[in-house]
Design a protein around this ligand. Structure first.
Ligand code: XIL
Length: 381
């Protein structure tokens, strides 16, 4: 069975208009990218991507570079489960920039070829961040040359991949309310060198390099129903509102969605998504996983708790019209959670739809369940 694409993009490919009927009854028009039919085979209906696609959702995952290079079982799993992929590390500054003068696209291109061979779309992550900067950055980049470095980098990377990227995370994690500024901006090297204007500069450079990718502002900590997340949501909304007002090219907001048990998600996030939509932006879930490092018990108990978060969270965002769902990895074999949030009992993380033996866990069924509670996609061929 072959499948007609239905996913929102500014794509340069041949395009069609599809009516997407959102779960809340609202009708939205989405420009659709039609990948060559011979390339884009339908994902299996009982896969994450297949169940999602049947309901108008683009779903996929971050891909671990070493896993992609060495682990054939992992490659097969990703190819079977994802309609869109994103490099976990390989498109970040540190990986792309061995020296101030050079770019090394070897690992990023490997992901791109893998995606093209398997008919998947690709997200670009990311063009401007305060982390994953190369070791030479500190001794090389100054107030005087920072604008040149930022725009040269973005120009080189976006033109290298131009026409092949569904969406770019142009600026990642620029808000950190705890840094004490009224506008909530993070005290990052970019802010220190260039002031708040670095954000617009990055988006404009990205649009100049790739006229078609959806340009995304991506951040974490905006999901939960608590005061801290509410403050961060306000700061992110303020940022994207002022960007729109200034005419900065921005198409989407990425809600990273590194979730935690126990934590609740509800009306605050709903309002945030609605506000983003009112500004004319799409909202993507870009890095979904669930940290269960504080849940004691057996794998079965932990899996149930994690799956409940997947179900309720996905039901919430999907009912608000989010149409792109990307998990941060697909298997616990390559989950950043195991290192990032180690458990007191030393056991591995269980925060993704497949465990470290590449077997589906409750979170997998939870994802399929949430997709299937949506109406069938009218865009299906
Ligand atoms: C993480 C990767 O998963 C790790 O392997 C790496 O060591 C650090 O970065 N938010 C982001 C991602 O935007 O780029 C981060 O990825 C996870 C948090």
């Amino acid at each position: 069975m072959l499948y007609d694409g239905c996913f929102m993009t500014r794509g340069s490919f041949s395009r069609r208009q599809f009516v997407l009927k959102a779960a809340n009854g609202a009708i939205g028009l989405a420009a659709a990218q039609l990948l060559p039919r011979t390339v884009w085979a339908a994902p299996e209906p009982n896969s994450v991507a297949g169940a999602a696609a049947a309901h108008g959702i683009l779903a996929g995952c971050a891909v671990n570079g070493p896993g992609l290079a060495t682990d054939a079982d992992f490659r097969r799993l990703v190819a079977a489960q994802a309609a869109i992929v994103v490099a976990e590390r390989e498109m970040k500054w540190r990986d792309l920039r061995p020296t101030p003068e050079t770019f090394d696209y070897t690992a990023a291109d490997r992901l791109m070829s893998f995606a093209q061979q398997n008919g998947m779309l690709v997200r670009g992550h990311n063009l401007c961040w305060h982390e994953a900067l190369p070791v030479w950055f500190e001794a090389t980049v100054t107030r005087d040359n920072a604008a040149q470095f930022l725009t040269d980098h973005i120009h080189n990377v976006t033109t290298h991949f131009a026409g092949r990227i569904h969406s770019w995370d142009v600026v990642n994690e620029a808000i950190n309310v705890g840094d004490g500024r009224r506008d909530g901006l993070r005290n990052s090297p970019w802010l220190r060198f260039l002031g708040p204007g670095y954000i617009d500069m990055a988006f404009r450079a990205a649009r100049a390099g790739d006229a078609h990718a959806l340009l995304t502002y991506n951040d974490y900590g905006i999901e939960a129903d608590d005061a801290k997340a509410a403050r961060k949501r306000d700061a992110v909304l303020h940022l994207i509102k002022t960007m729109k007002k200034r005419g900065t090219p921005i198409d989407a907001v990425g809600i990273q969605s590194h979730l935690r048990v126990p934590e609740t998600y509800g009306s605050g996030l709903r309002r945030f998504i609605r506000d983003a939509h009112k500004l004319g932006l799409q909202a993507f879930v870009t890095e979904l996983d669930v940290d269960d490092s504080h849940v004691p018990g057996s794998f079965a108990e932990r899996d149930r708790a994690v799956a409940e978060v997947y179900s309720s969270y996905l039901d919430l965002v999907l009912s608000e019209g989010v149409r792109v769902i990307v998990t941060w990895g697909i298997t616990d074999r390559y989950s950043w959670l195991t290192n990032q949030h180690p458990r007191p009992d030393g056991k591995p993380a269980r925060g993704l739809p497949f465990d470290d033996n590449l077997q589906p866990v409750d979170a997998f069924n939870a994802m399929l369940g949430s997709f299937r509670r949506l109406p069938e996609s009218p865009s299906r061929a």
